[in-house]
Structures are given as C-alpha cells and as structure tokens.
Design a binder for this molecule. Sequence first.
Ligand code: DHB
Ligand code: FE
Length: 286
Amino acid sequence: MARIIGGIGTSHVPAIGGAIAKGLQQDPYWKPFFDGFDDAREWLGKVKPDVVVMIYNDHGLNFFLDKLPTFAVGAAAEYRNADEGWGLPVQKPFPGDQDLSWHLIESLVADEFDITMCQEMLIDHAFAIPMQLLWPNGARTVRTVPVAINTVQHPLPSPARCLKLGQAIGRAVESWDKDLNVLILGTGGLSHQLDGTRAGFINKTFDLMCMDKLVSDPKALAAYSVRDVIEQAGTQGIEVLNWIAMRGALPGAVSEVHRNYHIPISNTAAGLLVLENRPALRVQAA
Ligand code: DHB
Ligand code: FE
C-alpha cells in the first residue's frame, strides 16, 4: 500500500524564483530563507518520496474570478509551468501520476468532496517554486498530483473544511494499492497582505501559533473562520488553508523534523515546516 511519509508546508513567493534564477542564495537578504531548506532536503534524501501531492492555490492561470472551483484535482500526464508576468524563467514540465490522480478523484468524490477534475492544468509559482526549493537540481525524479484550493474568490472553504479535505486525501492515498512513498506539500502563507490599506501586514505571533498547532493540534486551527484568519494573517495569509489541508492528510503519529520562519520575503512572512508521519501499524490478516 502507499505510505504517507510526511508533509511540508512552505511559502511560495514569486520573488524566490527570481533569487534562484540570479543565484542569490548566499545574499544577506536571502540566506536566512534559503538556508532553512538544507534540512528539508536532507530529510527528503532519507525518506525518498516517489510522488508529491501538491496542495496549493491557483493565482489565475487556470481559473479566474468568473469560474473558480473550490477544490480542483489534476489528472494530467504532465503539468506545464506558464509565464504569469513575474519575469521568472518558465520551468520545464513536472510529471504527473495519472493513476494516483484518478484514484484520488474517485476516492474524494466517494467521500462527498465534489471536486473539479482537470485533465489539463497549468501550474504557477505556488507549485513550481516549492518544487525548485526542494529539488533544486531540476531533476524530475518525483511525480506530482496537484490539488488546488480556492483562496481567492469568496466564499472560501473554511479551515475546518480544508482539514477534512486533507483527511480525505490521506484516506485516499493510504488506500492506494501501490508500493509508493507519498509526500504531501502545502504551499502559500504565512501571514501576508498584498493590497489595500493593510498592504505589508505581517503577524508573527499568529504565524508561530499556527506552526505549533499544525504540529500538535490542527483541530485548533479548524475552529477559526475564514474572516478570523484574514483578520489575523492578512488577505493572502488565508493561503494557510493549504497547510491545514496538508496537515489533515497526515493520519499517523506526526512529529516535527524541522522549521524555519523568516520575515520578510517580499511582502510575506516566510515559513517552512517539515513533518514526519509515522503510519499506524497495520494488522496483517492471518
Ligand atoms: C507574494 C506572495 C504570494 O503568496 C504570492 O502568491 C504572490 C506574491 C509576495 O509576497 O510578493
Ligand atoms: Fe500566493
């Protein structure tokens, strides 16, 4: 059966892609951010994921305000990165895992999540940048299954709903009859607001509380409303929904492997959280 080896939450600010392209990892502005990823990559080298379920939000490449699915799952053979106008080099396509995509889609619909299934899906910075940070040599050694959560056009799904979506993803992966190591990624956040009178808003106390609760008590985050989170974390800080879904997908005993928190990267409080999932022992049928 497929094993969920753990989850990673990371910010997905486009400027990171620019810094990678210019080789600024040792620059004083960027070093405290990029250094945080060494331990994450070392851990990945040990746990060796075959597939990444990538929980993120689409920023307008596939869906815009006129048509925006609450939850969408990719089922493509590959996912092409497209130019969003940030001036970033377009990344080569990321391979999909269509078998796992369809299993996930069937399992989620059976579990009463009426997701949008996408046999074609472009991917933006929220997918590509975390992949570049975690696999910087550009090798396409892992396959991917994108899951996009609407964090843009209200009404948004609640933290409680996103936690449940994650739990349903966890059940789906664990019932997949293939010998695979699966990593769950959640991207975006942490606190940030890009527009309006609170542009530049960051809330370290709230972010650190979220990181703590993501490790040990994710249900505490499910008690927040979308409005509460936006008040505490900024309009785009609501991207923490992707982290909450990631955490929901870890069904075993979860422990923190590594974290980093750095203010600011562009307009954002940049977070990184690496969580290991130790699956409950399965009772073998005699
Ligand atoms: C920034 C952050 C984001 O999450 C995003 O999608 C775009 C820009 C920023 O801080 O610049
Ligand atoms: Fe974003």
